[in-house]
Design a protein around this ligand. Structure first.
Ligand SMILES: Nc1ncnc2c1ncn2[C@@H]1O[C@H](COP(=O)(O)OP(=O)(O)OP(=O)(O)O)[C@@H](O)[C@H]1O
Length: 519
């Protein structure tokens, strides 16, 4: 196994790795670090928990130490929590440099951030929306001279999912210099490769871990088939079992909406489980506090939306439970990747209802592995079923009383105001946009219908033409056959006539002969 020193890293960085307990580079580090040090753009695709962060942090720190200035590097990442985590890695590994970093994420004070940016930090770690806001509104800093642009979880940044980063990324790319090193990393890059190659246009070095299965070996992956209506009773029983058997285990439960996250947290707390929620409707400070308490094991259970599904590195997590089957296999890959990291073991259990079987199959197909069945004691589930359902309903009612949905709307409006937009105008614009989209959709549908009709008509005409041709051919054949028949009949008649004439001639000759004989 190679050592960090063999990758071309300076001795102070090798010593830093050693101090942190990083003895040997992981494959993604072994392959990408030399290419980055050579000055190449790099795209690294490796499984979750395989050390992709250090694969870009180490060579960047080395280059920074050779020519330190600010702003030297910009790292873009999709979530706020991840930005803090990456900053921590820069800080720890770059301590001997006296590294100055700056985190630019939403939900935090913009003025303080602008001040920090103006002090020219070496490394800026940002979420796209907030950084783009600063670039739009401030002239106190510039990213025109950055040497490195890193996109962590690069495929997520390009996706147009519930949060669409494309407009903000355009602002950032416009402000960044064309001559730079671009580094793109994720556990699921392949679907977006083409677009990413356009971003890392400088003949990027591409490295992908070769493996049949797309999830880590040390991860025990299970599914639990549950009827939709009794899902929560199964969840409670599942947690109870883990809690009884391994009191020191940390569990992350992923769910699909902020509301569901909130309700589940309230419900689990009613059952005295040490749980805490993390979702995008929480205030940023509460989000950080929840994560910090979970990381330090004050709470052993984290209930989160997909805001926590990518990148978070919490070594104590032994169990991931998917309360809903992820709709996309790649979401599954990132969610279950929160456990079994850096060679550790872990278990992931996905609750699958009667409506989700096809999703399970899609996941198995993508990760190239069949999930094993997980069983819980049904009798125990039955025992708590009514109680769980009642508690859940109570929690839902309680949450409704707090105007959770209204708050969501208010949060959206607040966000728009912070972005300098008029919420009413935005709503109007949105409605108009929806109208235009609807019109476009209808137009497209009409075009499609017309095209389909035309195609059908063309086909019909083609068929009719072919039929006509066939009929004509048949007619011609019949006519030919008839002609031939007539010809044959004529020939027969002629032959008959000739024969008759021959017979008549013979008879006449015989009569003549007989007449001669009498004479
Ligand atoms: N060479 C190494 N040896 C041992 N542990 C390492 C090494 N490099 C990184 N690690 C540790 O592995 C863990 C996972 O690293 P990291 O968070 O970078 O993974 P990742 O590949 O980015 O995962 P994800 O795809 O989930 O974001 C971290 O705790 C990190 O300290």
């Amino acid at each position: 196994m190679a050592a960090f020193a063999e990758l071309g890293l300076a001795s102070w960085l090798v010593a830093q790795c050693k101090q942190l307990g990083l003895k040997h580079p992981t494959p993604v580090q072994q392959n990408c670090i030399p290419a980055i040090l050579e000055g190449r753009d790099c795209m690294g695709c490796a499984k979750t928990g395989s050390g992709k962060t250090a694969a870009f942090v180490l060579p960047i720190l080395q280059k920074l130490s050779e020519d330190p200035f600010g702003i030297f590097c910009l790292v873009i990442t999709p979530t706020r929590e991840l930005a803090y985590q990456i900053a921590e890695q820069f800080r720890v590994l770059g301590k001997p440099l006296g590294l100055k970093d700056c985190i630019i994420v939403g939900g935090m004070d913009m003025v303080a951030q602008a001040l920090e940016l103006s002090r020219k930090p070496h490394v800026v770690i940002a979420t796209p929306g907030r950084l783009a806001d600063h670039l739009r509104s401030s002239s106190t800093f510039s990213i025109k001279k950055i040497r490195f642009l890193v996109m962590d979880e690069a495929d997520r940044l390009l996706e147009q999912g519930c949060t669409d980063f494309t407009q903000d990324l355009e602002v950032i790319f416009d402000a960044a210099p064309a001559r730079r090193q671009t580094l793109l990393f994720s556990a699921t890059l392949t679907e977006t490769l083409k677009v990413l190659r356009g971003i890392a246009s400088n003949k990027p070095f591409f490295w992908e871990a070769q493996a049949e299965v797309r999830t880590v070996e040390q991860l025990d992956q299970r599914y639990l088939l549950v009827p939709e209506k009794v899902k929560d009773a199964y969840l409670v029983q599942l947690i109870q079992t883990f809690h009884d058997e391994h009191e020191d285990w940390s569990i992350i439960i992923f769910t699909n909406t902020c509301k569901s996250c909130q309700v589940l947290n309230m419900m689990l707390r009613k059952f005295n489980f040490p749980s805490v929620a993390l979702h995008s409707m929480m205030k940023q400070k509460a989000r950080f506090a929840a994560l910090a308490k979970f990381k330090s094991s004050v709470y052993r259970i984290l209930i989160a939306t997909d805001v926590a599904s990518r990148g978070l590195d919490i070594p104590t997590v032994q169990v991931v439970i998917n309360h809903n089957t992820p709709g996309l296999p790649k979401i599954y890959i990132h969610r279950v990747g929160r456990t079994a990291r850096a060679g550790r073991h872990g278990i992931a259990i996905t609750l699958v209802t009667q409506y989700d079987i096809h999703l399970l199959h899609a996941i198995e197909e993508e990760i190239k592995k069949k999930l094993d069945d997980f069983s819980v004691e049904e009798a125990k589930v039955l025992k708590i079923l009514t109680q769980v359902n009642v508690v859940r309903r109570e929690c839902e009612i309680k949450l409704e009383a707090t105007d959770f949905d209204e708050k969501k709307e208010i949060n959206k409006r607040k966000q728009l105001i912070l972005e300098g937009k008029d919420p009413d105008l935005e709503a109007k614009r949105k409605a108009e946009l929806a109208k235009i989209r609807q019109k476009n959709k209808q137009f497209k549908e009409r075009v499609m219908q017309t095209l389909q009709r035309r195609a059908a008509l063309k086909l019909k005409r083609k068929r009719q033409k072919r039929k006509k041709q066939q009929q004509e051919q048949q007619q011609q054949q019949q006519q030919q056959q008839q002609k031939q028949k007539q010809k044959q009949q004529k020939q027969k008649q002629k032959q008959k006539q000739k024969q008759k004439q021959r017979q008549q001639k013979q008879q006449q000759q015989q009569l003549l002969l007989r007449a001669k004989g009498k004479k």
